[in-house]
Ligand binder design. Structure first.
Ligand SMILES: *Cc1c(COP(=O)(O)O)cnc(C)c1O
Length: 450
């Protein structure tokens, strides 16, 4: 059979409120063309983020009912710990309320003024936590990772020559850790290869530098390794994921992605002394070491989610759905970041609306048009998000796919809407900012049409 189906059936549904274009026009104007300010109930297909938006399985919900809410040593903790140990082999497993809490604990301990922390691309909360500690965050993704139309299979790889140069320049004693984000969220959801992960680990270890994964999308990365890396096709995604973790000295994870839950995170490490200090910080700000800021039911849902996410049929459907959206758009002539990565499709907005200059925010114009035309919510990743500090490298619109939430007909609707908009792209209007906050302006800035 050629058709890849959603490998689940639906036993609980959440109605979508359907709105008309005229109604959406009114709402868009009321929020000054900033879709972050639109109530989710007024969105038909919400592709704002894949974070914390997954649909949980019947087994996850059942686990939540079975959960143990004891303060210390709850049964739910032991189940979670055993699932994570099996998957990662890490001796120290710290539950946290989400990814950035893991980052904050890690960088509070090993960051600080004068330190330099490289990665392929740091995710924005990771960078912010590193900089908050006083350290410097450096992005060293390979050059192909910055070119939207390069077809390199592993555009999330770190550039080993650049990493070696950095180590020589600043000295290994100033590099407390080297990170690698899998898949590379800020770089288009592109995977890193097992070969690159291994080589990065080897280079770091030659200089005594610990190597950590930002492993939020470890399962999607593992499946893309299986599909794209020579010699990996016959291994299970689980075996590949286990090898990825075995190569690392630790990891930060937001379970809101491949953990298939709505809240949760993990901090993993091998070093006993570092773990003892991390546990102290965990108790100080998150909670006791056997729950870390979560309820027992959250630990149950995570434990089950980290098992389900490595189901090969799920991963096949997941990666295929993302590619299907990308291929549908490319067939209509829309330019995207190629090849499609794991969790999202990124439209090249400057190619979509060449008549709108970066100063008039082509990505934001497209985001607004998509909402107006079809009630679809996407997010601008371009001059609005990053332009306040100088020109960003690309004007992108991200369509992030929540896990197990939308079916193929929802995706067909998105493809049709964007195809129609592309055919009338000359009518899209640029925008100007009429009000903006001093930082993180994309959340609250107000716009007017030009
Ligand atoms: C989401 C994300 C984080 C932060 O996780 P939160 O749960 O949102 O705090 C860190 N790194 C990457 C790559 C992410 O995608």
């Amino acid at each position: 059979m050629k058709t890849i189906i959603e490998p689940f059936r639906i036993k609980m549904v959440e109605p979508i409120k359907l709105t008309t274009q005229a109604e959406r026009e009114v709402k868009l104007r009321a929020v000054h063309f900033n879709v972050f300010q639109i109530p989710a109930d007024d969105v038909i297909i919400d592709l704002l983020t894949d974070s914390g938006t997954a649909a949980m399985s019947s087994e996850q919900w059942a686990g939540m009912i079975r959960s143990d809410e004891s303060y210390a040593g709850a049964r739910s903790w032991f189940r979670f710990e055993s699932v994570m140990r099996d998957l990662t082999g890490m001796p120290h497993i710290l539950p946290t309320h989400q990814g950035r809490a893991s980052e904050r604990i890690l960088f509070e301990l090993i960051g600080g003024a004068g330190k330099v922390i490289p990665s392929n691309n740091h995710f924005d909360t990771t960078r912010a936590n590193i900089e908050h500690s006083g350290a410097k965050a450096v992005d060293l993704v390979i050059d192909e990772g910055k070119q939207p139309r390069s077809h390199h299979p592993f555009k999330g790889n770190i550039d080993l020559a650049k990493l070696a140069r950095l180590i020589t320049e600043v000295g290994p004693e100033r590099i407390p850790v080297c990170m690698l984000t899998v898949t590379n969220n800020s770089g288009g959801g592109q995977p890193a290869s097992l070969e690159n992960i291994r080589a990065t680990r080897d280079l770091c270890h030659r200089h005594g530098i610990p190597f950590f994964l930002d492993a939020c999308r470890f399962a999607e990365n593992a499946y893309l390794i299986k599909q794209r890396e020579h010699g990996q096709a016959n291994r299970s995604a689980r075996e590949i994921a286990q090898e990825m973790f075995a190569l690392a000295d630790g990891a930060t994870i937001s379970a809101k992605k491949d953990g298939l839950v709505n809240i949760g995170g993990v901090l993993l490490m091998c070093d006993d002394a570092l773990a003892a200090r991390a546990n102290n910080l965990l108790i100080l700000t998150e909670g006791f070491v056997t729950y870390g800021g979560l309820a027992g039911r959250d630990l149950e849902a995570m434990a089950q989610g980290f098992v389900e996410v490595l189901d090969e049929h799920y991963l096949e459907y997941r990666i295929r759905s993302t590619a299907y959206l990308g291929e549908g758009l490319m067939k209509a002539g829309v330019q995207i970041v190629e090849p499609p990565g794991g969790h999202a499709i990124y439209i090249d907005a400057s190619a979509f609306c060449p008549h709108i200059p970066p100063s008039a925010f082509p990505g934001q114009a497209l985001v607004c048009a998509l909402y107006r035309h079809a009630g679809i919510r996407a997010v601008e990743i371009g001059s609005v998000m990053f332009g306040a500090g100088g020109a960003p490298p690309m004007e992108l619109v991200r369509l992030a796919l929540p896990r197990r939430v939308y079916t193929q007909s929802h995706i067909d609707y998105v493809i049709e809407a964007i195809t129609e908009l592309y055919q009338q792209r000359d009518s899209l209007h640029g925008l100007r900012i009429i009000e903006e906050p001093p930082t993180l302006r994309h959340f609250t800035a107000k716009f007017a049409e030009i």
